[in-house]
Design a protein. Structure first.
Length: 347
């Protein structure tokens, strides 16, 4: 009789513990989708460490299931909508692969705008919080960042040293503002996502690509390209792309408060700056070395020549101001604010 009572008491206590702590037993698995291979720098040094961190800080209650290389289907241009629509819980993408939808955010893609990924990423996050959250309806931005700035990677061993030598070359562009810049410089822009670049260059469909140094190993450009063109040290880079690591808003809203706090702690301006520095700034030198060790020619334009390039693309700022203003925003004021933030953080 005593044993039976004891058994009942133990069972009741176990049920009480289980009933009082259901959340502790439940692991939330987040589907994370992106377009780069699992061997890429962003996958290994940004997305995976972030996922490991939230897993540890949630005591294994938050776990990522990462799907690289578009393994959940679709195209890179559809990633943002996959997060918004719940096909994936979180995505890492270039929002402006969807042309015309992120016109305020794309101010950071204007020519000769940023010097470093760390500074411009923090500026981009702050700019969006103040001016462009409407462009991210349906998702919760976790971190927003830019790259360190695009360089030219060319199949020609001779490379280019002047604006005139660029004319007529078919060059890959990541986004529509990249395309406008190339057209203004006299090149023929061919817009495509990074995964399509290696085959296009190898087959001679394009003569080169605008890609940040971070993307060079992912696209094997140190092998396919024979020459590379950079801006002079310390000068704003030719062009840029914006990146967004965003979560389905409803999925975030469904989390208990303590798990929301883990996500929030690993989101925001400082995490955006981390993504820029860790993912981009810190790999420029080693990835640059990959090219030079193969005997590839790396050219930095003289400052006088760079001034010609900047002058040739000056009208792109005005075009952006007109487009943003046509949608009801004050384009000139937004550009001034974005430049101010870049100057504040991007030394």
């Amino acid at each position: 009789m005593q044993n039976r009572s004891l058994t009942r008491l133990v069972a009741a206590a176990a049920l009480a513990v289980a009933a009082s702590t259901p959340a502790l037993a439940q692991q939330v698995v987040l589907k994370v989708h992106h377009f780069l291979p699992g061997t890429s720098n962003v996958h290994k040094n940004l997305i995976t460490p972030w996922c490991d961190k939230i897993n540890k800080e949630s005591n294994d209650r938050l776990k990522c299931q990462i799907y690289p290389a578009m393994q959940l289907g679709g195209t890179p241009a559809q990633l943002f909508d996959q997060a918004r629509d719940g096909v994936a819980d979180i995505v890492w993408t270039i929002p402006t692969y969807s042309a015309g939808r992120f016109v305020k955010s794309e101010v950071f893609e204007l020519p000769f705008f940023t010097r470093s990924a760390k500074g411009s990423s923090k500026a981009y996050w702050e700019f969006v919080q103040k001016n462009a959250l409407d462009e991210y309806a349906g998702v919760k931005p976790l971190w927003l960042h830019t790259n360190d700035g695009s360089s030219f990677h060319l199949t020609s061993a001779n490379g280019i040293r002047t604006l005139d030598e660029l004319k007529g070359l078919k060059i890959r562009a990541a986004t529509r503002l990249n395309s406008r810049m190339l057209a203004a410089l006299g090149a023929t822009p061919v817009q495509m996502p990074l995964p399509a670049v290696p085959e296009a260059m190898a087959k001679g469909v394009i003569d080169g690509a605008m890609v940040p140094w971070e993307g060079v190993p992912a696209a094997k450009l140190q092998e396919i390209a024979k020459s590379h063109v950079d801006v002079p040290a310390g000068q704003p880079k030719f062009a840029n792309s914006i990146f967004a690591f965003v979560m389905n808003q409803a999925r975030y809203d469904s989390l208990p408060a303590d798990l929301k706090k883990v996500i929030d702690t690993n989101s925001g301006a400082e995490v955006s700056a981390w993504a820029g520095e860790k993912g981009f700034d810190s790999v420029v030198a080693p990835f640059h070395k990959l090219a030079t060790e193969r005997g590839n020619q790396v050219v930095a334009l003289p400052e006088a020549e760079l001034a010609r390039w900047a002058k040739a693309t000056a009208e792109i700022d005005d075009q952006w101001i007109k487009e943003v203003s046509a949608k009801g925003a004050n384009g000139a004021a937004l550009l001034e604010q974005a430049r101010g933030l870049a100057k504040q953080y991007d030394h």
